[in-house]
Design a protein around this ligand. Structure first.
Ligand code: 5GP
Length: 172
């Protein structure tokens, strides 16, 4: 779902209740936000490094989101799957299409969204970690992303974090 929908909060909040899983740490060329750590939230790399990764075939999928590259590394995902672990991806609608195309019925997906655009705007501004023009871009992307809602197995409306998390746990 859109940036600001609360995807990472829901995953964090649910982590104790979904057994053993591997959270796929994505690689990105965007700047780290305050409080984000390399190797925890993302692997933060330069555009050159990312493009080398593309050439080397390192990514299960990658996409340009809000002007930056974001990608899922193939190797740790395969390792986790071969150990029988649940793998959780926090990826955008383009990534979802690609992962589904590659992994098919293996995948269960959920579109996570706030109940209105007004609430999304509020959250993005309250987070106060992105510049105004970036927030505006994210709101425009949200309008596009919501069109893909029908491609997902489940929709979670994140009105309260407790309810959204318990729905997420049911799916996972
Ligand atoms: P943010 O910059 O807010 O962390 O993430 C922006 C968007 O990129 C979110 O919708 C997030 O789900 C998506 N995203 C994060 N990692 C990946 C990835 O590896 N691949 C794709 N396709 N999207 C990603």
């Amino acid at each position: 779902g859109p940036s600001g929908a609360g995807k990472s909060t829901i995953i964090e909040n649910s982590s104790r209740d979904i057994g053993e899983y591997y959270f796929s740490i994505s690689t990105t060329t965007r700047e780290p936000r305050e409080g984000e750590a390399d190797g925890v939230d993302y692997y933060f790399v330069s555009r050159t490094e990312f493009e080398e990764g593309i050439k080397a075939g390192d990514f299960l999928e990658y996409a340009t989101v809000h002007g930056n590259y974001y990608g899922t590394s193939l190797k740790p995902v395969n390792e986790a799957l071969s150990q029988g672990k649940l793998v959780i991806f926090d990826i955008d609608v383009q990534g979802h299409r690609l992962v589904r195309a590659k992994m098919g019925s293996f995948v269960t997906s959920a579109f996570i969204t706030p109940s209105s655009l007004a609430i999304l705007k509020e959250r993005l501004y309250a987070r106060a970690t992105d510049r105004d023009d970036i927030i505006k871009g994210r709101i425009e992307s949200a309008k596009e992303e919501i069109k893909a809602i029908g491609e997902f197995d489940f929709v979670i409306i994140n009105d309260t974090i407790e309810r959204a998390s318990s729905e997420f746990i049911t799916i996972a």
